[in-house]
Write a protein that binds this ligand. Sequence first.
Ligand SMILES: [Zn+2]
Length: 278
Amino acid sequence: MTQGLIDIGANLLSEQFDADRDAVLTRAQIEGLEHIIITASNLATVSRIVDFIEANRYRKDWPILHATAGIHPHEAAEAMPGFETTIADWLRHERVVSAGEAGLDYHRNFSPREAQRRVFAAQIELARTSRMPLFVHDRDSGGETLELLERGAINPAQVVIHCFTGSADELDRYLAAGFLIGITGWVCDRRRGETLRSLVPRIPPERLLIETDAPYLLPHDLPKTRRPSNGRRNEPATLGHIAATLAQLLQMEPSTLIAQTRANALRFFNLSDARSVA
Ligand SMILES: [Zn+2]
């Protein structure tokens, strides 16, 4: 049985989980999830995530839950004055293990680019000064994400580029910079994920992290028997399948890949079993 999986990015407070969040988490533990880092996209979500984790701190039938604290590029225009102080406070909370999700998204441009840059730069600075990991979202920024990270002089070992789906050139630059790379179920899609599938062997195993990005990115090739009855929603329980697919592409044993990514995640996010600190 699979054990020791760590999902470094799941949007578990999404309303898509409102009806059955408990069952989703129970299933995640049954499927071998040990830790889940719940991704925040704005400051209201951070409080909701932390409240949820605290309210359920004694659940032994769930994976160990952690939170990120930050503002997604889509929400950058909504950032209130003083958001930096609020994030800095959250980064000291024992359930919060990372800054983010932060970055640039020039694919959708839900927030003006100038706002995205300003809010991202502030979060790079917060991660740098607090020495916390930074969970980075980059979509079609044409190199600006890397530029801002380098200008911010953050320690590269504190940065993970989550849900990497970029080009060979982008991957090479991120690897040269020293960042970690988060791989999702995108790698399970033979058509849309073709480039990614060919690129993953370039990533040194010690810089690899795995994530579902649930409820998004349901692995394309999930066996019929394991597909959710309600259509396209993804959940942390699919992480073992993603790990197996990735292991195959890397010509590694799945258990070796899981042990390696587990060690990477424990070290990178400095994870502990917060349930025992109750
Ligand atoms: Zn993202």
